[in-house]
Design a protein. Structure first.
Length: 133
């Protein structure tokens, strides 16, 4: 599932991790890069590299935190929001095709188990709606 989802993201010019960063930024209140990294489980170096690429592509901007000028707050641009929606649509279609042989109850059980395994169970600080990948 991870592989085919990565393919969908790459078709739109981003990696699956970059798509997940855009999704996280669209799902949580504005926060610093450090807080974002903690929320999605990425170390500072990895996150900075992803944010650099997304910013260079015009998919996000970073501004200084008014509370701490050393900290940066990333925000998704309109172009980034539009791209995220397109990738989400394609990923949802692939996921639906992959899970078509399962009943709705089985699909929900699988999603719940996967989210539990990755630490994104309901009520968790890192819980984002949608795919568990």
């Amino acid at each position: 599932m991870h592989g085919v989802m990565e393919e969908q993201a790459v078709r739109h010019g981003v990696s699956l991790r970059e798509y997940l960063v855009l999704t996280a930024l669209s799902s949580i209140a504005p926060s610093t890069q450090c807080a974002l990294g903690q929320a999605i489980g990425l170390d500072k170096t990895t996150l900075t590299t992803l944010l650099d690429r997304l910013e260079q592509a015009g998919l996000l901007v970073r501004q200084a935190d008014p509370q701490d000028r050393r900290a940066r707050i990333p925000d998704v641009t309109q172009t980034g929001r539009e791209l995220r929606v397109k990738v989400a649509h394609d990923i949802a279609a692939v996921e639906a095709a992959l899970l078509a042989g399962f009943s709705p109850g089985e699909q929900q059980s699988l999603r719940s188990m996967l989210c539990e395994l990755i630490g994104g169970a309901e009520g968790s600080k890192t819980s984002f709606s949608g795919s568990c990948v």
